[in-house]
Design a protein around this ligand. Structure first.
Ligand code: FES
Length: 85
């Protein structure tokens, strides 16, 4: 699907760029040109980023995405300690 009509950028291209390490909106905007013309695609670009595990800020260097792909699905179980009466 074409996400950015102005620059002819598809969601596949965005996902491929994220997989190559572009994990911030600014990186995608600079490299692909998304949201640099009319700007109407910004929300959709950010949605594609969220679906792909990119945090969007670039502050973690893709750590969030790496953790999401490496961590097995787990269920957190609360641990209660008995309280002294
Ligand atoms: S649709 Fe992306 S800048 Fe216009």
């Amino acid at each position: 699907m074409i996400v950015c009509v102005c620059k002819s950028v598809s969601d596949r291209k965005i996902r491929a760029s994220i997989a190559e390490g572009m994990d911030s909106f600014d990186d995608l905007q600079f490299e692909l040109g998304v949201a640099t013309c009319c700007g109407k695609c910004e929300e959709t670009v950010r949605e594609v980023m969220a679906q792909s595990g990119a945090c969007g800020s670039g502050c973690c260097g893709g750590a969030q995405k790496r953790l999401a792909s490496a961590a097995p699905a787990t269920t957190l179980v609360p641990v209660y300690e008995p309280q002294a009466a």
